[in-house]
Design a protein around this ligand. Sequence first.
Ligand code: HEM
Length: 192
Amino acid sequence: MNTTIDRIDYGPLAQLIGKWIGNRGLDNAPDANADPDLSDYTDELTFTLAGRAENAEEQELAAVRYHHMVRKNENGLIFHDQIGHWIFEAETGLVIHSLTIPRAVCVLAGGTLTQNGDETIFDVKATAGSDTFGVIQSPFMLEKAKTKAFHMIMKINKNELSYEETTSLFIYGKDFEHVDKSVLKRVTYDMD
Ligand code: HEM
């Protein structure tokens, strides 16, 4: 597969480019009363080119930008929205996933990828308190709904993408594993 676009080699990130739609999402969210609180959802993921970055004249990175929008099947309303980048360092194979959600939480997760036949598996983690792959959250969230850790496995095989992400929370006085998973199909390679 040619992974060079606009004269930049995006490596394994090239296969993400385009728009993806899924209608098999499942959310397990925290709820003060209902435990677990499960919702089916439909989601859209759009990946666009973000170019290359050179850090300290030493580190070469390539990046794609994404937008993830999630609607609850029950009422059609957006109940999760997320933006960020996937970043790849060809020299070391390092993969970095950044995310921002409008609950005032940001995560920088790092990890590796493995190739299993036609399937590429991205596996990234972040832990609150780390100076590198960690979590930044507002004072309210830190006190009332703390994100302690994040782990995401995303698999891509040609035009199918699936992910499972676990956000480890401390909320309502106890630990809670907030899990989201979905399977999406690519609907276009266009980036608009
Ligand atoms: C498809 C992905 C996701 C969906 C559909 C989703 C959905 C939800 C829902 C429905 C709640 C409960 C909100 C409420 O009680 O009103 C929630 C809570 C929360 N989510 Fe997510 N979420 C997703 C991913 C994430 C990610 C990636 C993070 C952060 C890394 C995150 C962080 C949180 C936090 C901190 C809370 C606790 C806030 C609260 O319930 O008061 N979520 N999420």
